[in-house]
Ligand binder design. Structure first.
Ligand SMILES: Cc1ncc(COP(=O)(O)O)c(C=O)c1O
Length: 361
């Protein structure tokens, strides 16, 4: 099995996604550092003693979910959280079920780990809902892990506890675990935050502050898992990045201590932007899509013409970007992100509409 050594999506995201009318980003506009009550003294000392995690951050994460710090591993973003969790669970050749369409980095990371990747569908005609029966059909006695995102990237579909519980039952039947990437679950803004972690010991959760709160610069991510797996992940982390940057750990603790304004700003921005997006979507006969209920991204199907040709037109003539659906293995769709500031978002959607009009005409 040939090992995957790069992510085509990340290369595109880093080199090609930026534009004046950027609808490609999936996270929120940056939260200002001045919005956190931080002094230089709060960041001192710059380093901490070597330990498995920074106690204050471990406690903040555990308190957030009402669980023990023994169930928590802090990691550099959801990306590292996913890589660590999957690496600790899987041996090369192990069978994994991954949703389709999927966030490409999950596929690439599993390819790097030389997993035997099988897919199950989230169907556009069902609003990309997770269907436990699809997983039941795909699972085998060899399956070690089921990988899903909730909310789903790219569609933002939300899975209910009932659905997740049913998936947990299917996994338990063959002794597999369920990795739920909940980085966009944060955008539902439940208080306290809901997580599939409480649904059973087979659930392994990853998330971060990077996408929904505009705090991507802190790279504050985490894994929630049962204590044996947590210990294995900490030992593995010694091979990957040893410790997170300590000033980022300190800033992350400060962010958790002052979370209400961070979350309020995120919720307000997304509520406003979602209304603007839904008005835009309702006006487009050339896109097939449900209105967005939660989340930061939507994944319409372009009813006529090539999405790649449309993306070229949007970039070259209208200075805009969306994410081509090919990165999600659905080349007749594209992804729109709505996490930008509101006025730029409005302008970007107007540009997108003008580009779609020209493309259709
Ligand atoms: C489902 C999903 N997980 C993880 C990530 C990466 O998140 P982070 O920036 O926290 O590493 C992304 C980014 O787009 C994502 O869509």
């Amino acid at each position: 099995m040939k090992r995957v050594m790069s992510s085509v999506y990340m290369q595109w995201a880093k080199k090609k996604s930026a534009s004046r009318y950027n609808l490609a980003a999936c996270g929120l506009a940056h939260y200002p550092l001045t919005g956190l009550p931080v002094t230089v003294a709060d960041l001192n000392p710059l380093a901490r003693g070597g330990s498995y995690g920074y106690a204050l951050l471990q406690q903040a994460l555990a308190a957030r979910y009402g669980i023990s710090p023994e169930n928590v591993v802090a990691a550099a973003g959801t990306s590292m959280a996913n890589m660590l969790a999957m690496s600790a669970i899987l041996d090369p050749g192990d069978e994994v079920l991954l949703e389709h369409p999927a966030y490409e980095l999950l596929l690439a990371a599993l390819g790097y780990l030389q997993a035997d990747i099988r897919r199950f569908s989230r169907r556009p005609e069902s609003g990309f809902a997770l269907d436990p029966h699809e997983i039941e059909r795909a699972i085998t006695p060899r399956t070690r892990l089921i990988v899903i995102t909730n909310l789903h990237n790219p569609s933002s579909a939300l899975a209910s506890d009932e659905t997740l519980r049913a998936i947990g039952d299917v996994a338990r039947g063959v002794g597999a675990r369920v990795l739920v990437d909940e980085v966009y679950r944060e955008a539902v803004f439940d208080q306290p935050p809901k997580t599939a972690f409480h649904l059973g010991p087979e659930f392994v959760i990853t998330s971060s502050l990077t996408k929904v709160y505009g705090l991507s610069g802190l790279r504050c991510g985490w894994i929630l898992a049962e204590p044996d797996l947590v210990r294995r992940i900490w030992l593995l982390d010694d091979l990957f990045d040893v410790n997170m940057a300590h000033p980022a750990e300190r800033l992350s603790v400060i962010a958790f201590q002052n979370f209400a304004p961070v979350a309020d700003r995120a919720r307000g921005l997304l509520d406003t932007n979602r209304q603007i997006l839904n008005q835009f979507l309702a006006s487009r006969a050339d896109l097939e899509v449900q209105p967005l209920e939660f989340g930061t991204t939507v994944f319409p199907r372009l009813l006529t013409g090539s999405v790649d040709a449309f993306c070229d037109l949007f970039r070259n003539k209208y200075q805009g970007t969306v994410v081509p659906g090919a990165f999600f293995e659905m080349p007749d769709h594209f992804r729109i992100g709505i996490g930008g500031e509101t006025e730029p978002l409005r302008e970007s959607l107007a540009q997108l509409g003008a580009a779609l009009d020209e493309f259709r005409g």
